[in-house]
Write a protein that binds this ligand. Structure first.
Ligand SMILES: Cc1ncc(COP(=O)(O)O)c(C=O)c1O
Length: 445
């Protein structure tokens, strides 16, 4: 006999007294921030080398399997820098007649801002954005990329696949397609903090250290990673008023004249925060790996659901991204339990689990849908992910009790499915995909 679901008046499984805090932080962060504050060196330049940023850059490069990392103010500007440096390496002649960038339809749409900035700052013109449909694991569909490049590669400047939720997706396949068709490829790995992909890497990738939800929050920060020393030097110039790497830079010394670069600095405090969070995440990812295994088993446990109503997409890396746990509601959620994905999200949220549908696909986003070029795609894939996704924040996935909490919650929901059916209809339609769950942080000191 299970307790009543919280949505029907039971006691929530996750409550303010046992909810995981976020971000995880402690004495080490405080000490580093105090040391930087007292040092007076809050930022680094070529003539005053950064200390914490340089440590972060080397640690991030090494743990993600790249040679170089370059600190950035955030993930959006890191996208811009990666694309811009690759365009600069290729030169204006190559870019002539090319006006399109293939971006993910299912992504954080404001990341497209970085794509446009990168192209416009280098070529003096904004690109057309062609949004590519998503696979069931929420990542860019490589078949769709192959089809488009097969017909229109001579119009394409770049492909920008994104890590989505807990998956890298077919990055290697997309990198090879870009190589075969001789176009730029930049991997938007904003959600990949402290994850590692062992396949072939894009020439540049970008990571976000945004404070709210990323696996390695920094308040506001990010990085570009690459293994190409010339591209790394150009990205560094973008973060240092056009200056090439000096002798004490982790990137090999370069000597080039001034280039019209940006001021995309990463300060020492976000660098130190992101570094310590990165080290904490290297422990958390072991817990996450185990929790993901247990949750995958739970979703397939026939004693719980004789026919699975939830599916965890297969992971594509030993240490996959853990920005969140993404599960797909199968059609059997409706046919076997009579619940819609919206009902399930409402029931989970009442239990204290942040469970939303994730990013709105670009083609449905009121702010962005008119910014993408209509090439006749229907976006059945990204629409289905958005309708059926259950997306749980990484703070749960990092907690050792999460699989036990989820098992208890799912049992309650299964046993009371008849009473929960239609519960989301009590919530305005506009809020059902994104049911609010107060984001409990640590108590103020
Ligand atoms: C997929 C994706 N790309 C890029 C970004 C941009 O990163 P930032 O917020 O650090 O600019 C985000 C941020 O959430 C994201 O989710």
């Amino acid at each position: 006999m299970t307790d009543m679901p919280a949505a029907l008046g039971g006691r929530p499984v996750v409550r303010p007294d046992n909810e995981p805090g976020w971000p995880l932080s402690g004495a080490i962060e405080k000490a580093a921030l105090a040391e930087i504050t007292d040092s007076g060196q809050w930022v680094g330049f070529s003539h005053i080398p950064a200390k914490w940023r340089a440590i972060l850059e080397q640690v991030v490069a090494a743990t993600t399997g790249h040679r170089y990392g370059i600190g950035q103010p955030n993930g959006t500007l890191a996208i811009a820098s990666g694309i811009r440096a690759q365009l600069r390496s290729r030169g204006p002649q190559w870019a002539r007649g090319r006006d399109q960038v293939l971006v993910a339809d299912l992504t954080h749409a404001s990341a497209h801002h970085g794509v446009r900035l990168g192209v416009a700052s280098e070529l003096g013109r904004a690109p057309e954005l062609v949004a590519i449909d998503a696979r069931p694991d929420a990542t860019m569909d490589a078949e769709c990329v192959a089809g488009y490049l097969g017909q229109h590669a001579n119009r394409v400047l770049a492909v920008v696949p994104a890590t989505m939720y807990g998956n890298f997706g077919p990055i290697e396949q997309i990198v090879r397609l870009a190589e075969d068709h001789d176009v730029v490829v930049h991997h938007d790995n904003a959600l990949g903090g402290a994850a590692r992909y062992d396949g072939r890497h894009a020439v540049t990738a970008s990571i976000s250290g945004h404070g709210e939800g990323k696996a390695t929050p920094s308040c506001e920060g990010g990085l570009v990673v690459t293994s190409d020393p010339d591209v790394a030097a150009l990205v560094r110039a973008d973060t240092d008023c056009g200056n090439a790497p000096a002798r004490l830079d982790p990137i090999p010394y370069a000597d080039f004249g001034p280039i019209p670069a940006g001021n995309q600095r990463m300060g020492e405090q976000p660098a130190a925060l992101m570094l310590i969070q990165w080290l904490r995440a290297m422990h958390s990812r072991l817990q996450v790996r185990e929790n993901r295994r247990l949750v995958t088993e739970l979703a397939q446990d026939s004693a719980l659901f004789p026919v699975p109503v939830l599916k965890v997409p297969p992971v594509d890396a030993e240490y996959p991204p853990f920005f969140c746990l993404h599960m797909e509601c199968t059609d059997e959620l409706e046919t076997e339990l009579g619940l819609t994905p919206d009902d399930l999200r409402v029931a989970l949220t009442a239990e204290g689990i942040w469970a939303e549908a994730g990013f709105i696909p670009t083609h449905l986003d009121p702010a962005w849908q008119d910014q993408i070029t209509d090439v006749g795609f229907t976006y059945a894939g990204s629409k289905r992910v958005y309708e059926r996704a259950i997306f749980m924040h990484n703070k749960y996935l990092r907690h050792p009790d999460f699989p036990v909490w989820l098992a208890e919650i799912l049992q309650r929901i299964r046993d009371n499915a008849g009473k929960l059916a239609g519960i989301s209809e009590s919530i305005p339609e506009s809020d059902r995909h994104r049911v609010t769950n107060p984001f409990v942080r640590k108590a103020h000191p």
